[in-house]
Design a protein around this ligand. Structure first.
Ligand code: F0G
Length: 456
């Protein structure tokens, strides 16, 4: 087979500012060893997130110019609404400024004390919005998804037996809705199979519980279904996506991922009463229902992005380019979550740095070293992001310690990725020299954004 090439030409470029290793040592220390606190200008390759970092197409930029900025009833809203409806089939489509705004509205209405929300794995903002409402969030990931070294096709799947036990234990009346995150971001960008969505829906239906998709990366998930699940190889991605959404009663979406825009999101659902309540809250917190926290031009860019994301040449290149990085790292023996996910490579910090205990944040240690060695910015998804404390103040670590290398959409070329693999492999070869870290400041919620550390 021939090399799978980027299915686009580059029309507009942004220069990268290079720093020296000595400068980066200084910058990182100033940032309290937390790359969230570094200026983006001081980063050479930014793999912090694939969110809002996509390169927009010429047609999306044309849409930005063409946006209708009317307060109510803008043409851009109707284009956006019809693009979202074409994929989701949902009755009510409510624009929000990003994914977490959709979550905030949904869980402010459905959440509250004594309520429980199961998911395959909640993303951190989803969990935070549920917990902020005083409800509880539970992750019921299939066993295979918890083992980074096992190769399986659909490691994002929900454990549907655990879901049924959970519903019986907590009481169906205390579970306002069940969620599935596609792909499972916090668990390695691993996809969820159509069969699993269908089975989850069947359990939910049996107990009268609505099913919502956290749909940020729906197109990447649909492409994995096409490639890996029996019966889907010849179906267009749009049809697969429509089937995924057909089992859902609603969804939250961060358009900053699979709608290829820099800002935006939405909430969609079929229930009349819930939609009325959400829209009323939207007016208080986001804006009028035909713009909801966005400009008309943003709605245009989302509508266009949703069409482009389902181009199968794009999806083939996208999934292959992430896999390409994964293959290079695996060939050098670097432990990663296998198989590579849709939007990112996740280093398995427990196997990468077995000599640094979880209380000393092995993932953060790798994050810091990648920055110093190569100016690459990544993010820890482990004890820093998801660690809790017991009554004695001792760390309760999450099951996995990961470092995410998220690949922005349409931004970096193959040589950027080759450079990334060289740096990761160098850091891995020098892993004996890496040290742990101690937290010196942490916020009460979502502490990873603002935490500060000291080197041990
Ligand atoms: N759900 C998932 C699965 C996500 O990955 C994100 C964001 C959100 C919800 C929230 O969306 O950022 O638009 O408010 N994930 C980004 C990331 C931040 O880096 O993975 P948002």
């Amino acid at each position: 087979m021939k090399t799978i090439i980027e299915p686009f030409k580059i029309k507009s470029v942004e220069p990268i500012r290079f720093t020296t290793k000595e400068e980066r040592v200084e910058i990182l220390e100033q940032a309290g060893y937390n790359p969230f606190m570094i200026r983006a200008e001081d980063v050479i390759i930014d793999l912090l997130t694939d969110s809002g970092t996509s390169a927009m197409s010429a047609k999306q930029w044309a849409g930005i110019m063409d946006g209708d900025e009317s307060y109510a009833g803008a043409r851009s809203f109707f284009r956006f609404e019809s693009a979202v409806r074409k994929i989701t089939g949902m009755k009510y489509i409510i624009p929000t400024h990003q994914g977490r705004a959709a979550e905030k509205i949904l869980f402010s209405i459905t959440g509250g004390e004594g309520k429980f929300f199961p998911s395959n794995t909640h993303f951190d903002t989803t969990r935070a919005n549920i917990e902020f409402s005083k409800a509880e969030a539970y992750d019921l990931l299939n066993e295979v998804g918890k083992h980074p070294e096992i190769r399986a096709d659909f490691k994002g799947n929900m454990d549907t037996e655990a879901l049924e036990r959970f519903i019986i234990e907590k009481g169906r009346e205390n579970i306002p809705l069940c969620m599935i995150t596609v792909t499972n971001n916090s668990g390695g960008g691993q996809p969820v199979s159509m069969q699993n969505i269908r089975e989850t829906k069947a359990v939910c239906k049996k107990y009268g519980i609505p099913l919502f998709l956290d749909a940020c990366r729906f197109a990447e998930n649909a492409y994995f279904i096409k490639k890996r699940e029996k019966g889907y190889a010849d179906k267009p991605v749009l049809e697969i996506a429509r089937e995924m959404f057909s089992y859902a009663d609603g969804c939250t979406m961060s358009a900053k991922k699979d709608a290829l825009v820099n800002i935006g999101g939405f909430l969609a659902m079929n229930d009349d009463n819930l939609a009325m309540l959400c829209r009323n809250l939207l007016i208080v917190t986001e804006g009028f229902p035909t713009y909801g926290g966005l400009a008309g031009r943003d709605l245009e860019a989302i509508a266009q992005g949703l069409e482009e994301i389902m181009d199968e040449n794009y999806l083939q290149y996208r999934i292959r380019s992430v896999e390409y990085l994964g293959e290079k790292l695996l060939a050098a023996g670097v432990p990663i979550i296998e198989p590579p996910g849709g939007h990112a490579i996740y280093l398995d910090a427990k196997r990468f740095l077995p000599n640094v205990p979880q209380e000393q944040f092995p993932g953060q240690s790798i994050v810091c070293e990648l920055y110093v060695e190569g100016g690459i910015r990544t993010v820890e998804i482990g004890s820093l992001m998801f660690g809790k404390y017991d009554a004695q103040g001792k760390l309760i670590p999450p099951p996995m310690e990961l470092v995410r290398l998220a690949i922005p959409r349409r931004v970096y070329t193959q040589s950027h990725i080759d450079y990334v693999s060289e740096i990761v492999i160098d850091v891995y070869k020098n892993r004996e020299c890496l040290k742990g870290y101690r937290l010196t400041y942490e916020a009460p919620m979502l502490r990873h954004f603002t935490a500060r550390f000291e080197k041990l």
